[in-house]
Ligand binder design. Structure first.
Ligand code: NAP
Ligand code: G4F
Length: 330
């Protein structure tokens, strides 16, 4: 019999990439969506898998809905990708961020403990948990946490709750501590997609400027399509554990901007970029760079997409999308 997996956050960026991978491996994939007046399946359609997913309705803030899903499908694996994942917004909506990202995870783990304890559980943890902390310029699994936002704090709670269910109830529960990963279906608010879209608009004469916040912060950026392979591998190990997934390279927002403009042949990028304090954060995470040695050794996972390829994939995808819009508008 084929295995089944429940993917929460199926409509986001990672959900469709992971679902595609699981479908290719022969899984029956259930995708959890919350109630929308107008659901948006565009990310799932982008990967061409809309008709292959069975959608189930549930909300991370509604424990009964999670219990009902788990009791109905008893999945072999649960990948918990659902989150209020935008760091910038988490100061303005700290409570709902906590309810979804922290208490929601407790509810899901509790539902599994009572109704499907042998299900393997993946928690989408994050490099934001490290915040200010590093070990010789890198973050490794042993680097202490020092989160800098309500988002980072909510994820630290969920991280430890996942570890605690593993240690208390012997459940197969693993944390993937993923560093930033991007793609053409990255949410438009996140800086890489905002830059790719903005640069493509400027190139096509659809915009005159690109407004950004802190250009000096540095991130370890990889490609989402590579990272979901590590998520899957984590749940195929003999024992549950926690792993960093990262490229080990770091680049500033400024470098991303320069590279994106270069992709479309614009070198005088400073003419177009305006610094806007609205996009600066009350507390910044200045630099992230992950040490993914454990994932390399145990999971046999390595990233395949370079920084330069990533920038070019994203800018080209936005150019194509916007040209199609221009064409259909005549
Ligand atoms: P994303 O694009 O923001 O997707 C998040 C998904 O969660 C969306 O589909 C959203 O649904 C869903 N969601 C939000 N609140 C919910 C609720 N109350 N109940 C049910 N679903 C809810 O995020 P992503 O980039 O794919 O990231 C996936 C996960 O990895 C997140 O947990 C994120 O925090 C974590 N993470 C991401 C990165 C990264 O660089 N991308 C790095 C480390 C960790 P709607 O469509 O209804 O809004
Ligand atoms: O793209 P960002 O919004 O991503 P951030 O804050 O690093 O968070 C992402 O990665 C985390 C993993 O480390 C995930 F857990 C999280 O869910 C999310 O996926 O911002 C990246 C950097 C920040 O330093 C920000 O201050 O870019 C800087 N930045 C500069 N100008 C901007 C802007 N960020 C955004 N969103 N918009 C700007 O205009």
């Amino acid at each position: 019999m084929s295995k089944s997996a429940l993917v929460t956050g199926i409509m986001g960026q990672d959900g469709p990439y992971l679902a595609k991978l699981l479908l290719e491996k022969g899984y029956k994939v259930y995708g959890m969506i919350r109630r929308h007046s107008t659901p948006d399946y565009s990310n799932i359609e982008y990967l061409g898998i809309h008709n292959e997913i069975e959608y189930v309705e549930g909300d991370m803030t509604d424990e009964a809905s999670l219990i009902s899903i788990i009791k109905n499908i008893y999945p072999n694996e649960v990948y918990n990708l659902a989150a209020q994942s935008f760091v910038g917004n988490s100061w303005d909506q700290a409570k709902v961020t906590t309810e979804i990202n922290a208490l929601g995870v407790l509810s899901l783990l509790t539902a599994l403990k009572f109704f499907s304890p042998s299900t393997r559980f993946y928690q989408a943890s994050t490099s934001e948990m490290y915040g200010l902390s590093h070990t010789d310029g890198f973050q490794g699994e042993d680097t202490p946490f020092h989160p800098r936002s309500p988002y980072g704090i909510s994820k630290v709670y969920a991280y430890w709750m996942t570890v605690n269910f593993r240690e208390s109830y012997n459940m197969y529960a693993s944390n993937g501590i993923l560093f930033n990963h991007e793609s053409p279906i990255r949410g438009i608010q996140f800086v890489t997609r905002k830059i790719a879209d903005g640069v493509a608009r400027i190139k096509l004469g659809m915009a005159k400027e690109l407004r950004l916040g802190n250009l000096e912060s540095k991130r370890d950026w990889g490609f989402a399509g590579d990272y979901v392979e590590a998520m899957y591998a984590m749940l195929q190990q003999e024992k549950p554990d926690d792993y960093i997934v990262a490229t080990g390279q770091t680049h500033s927002v400024r470098e991303f901007v320069i590279e994106a403009f270069k992709t479309v042949g614009i070198t005088d990028w400073e003419k177009y970029v305006k610094i806007d304090p609205r996009f600066k954060r009350p507390a910044e995470v200045p630099a992230l760079r992950g040490r993914a040695d454990k994932a390399h050794t145990v999971l046999k996972w390595k990233p395949k997409t370079s920084f330069i390829s990533l920038v070019s994939i994203m800018v080209e995808a936005d150019l194509k999308r916007l040209k199609n819009i221009q064409k259909s508008n005549g």
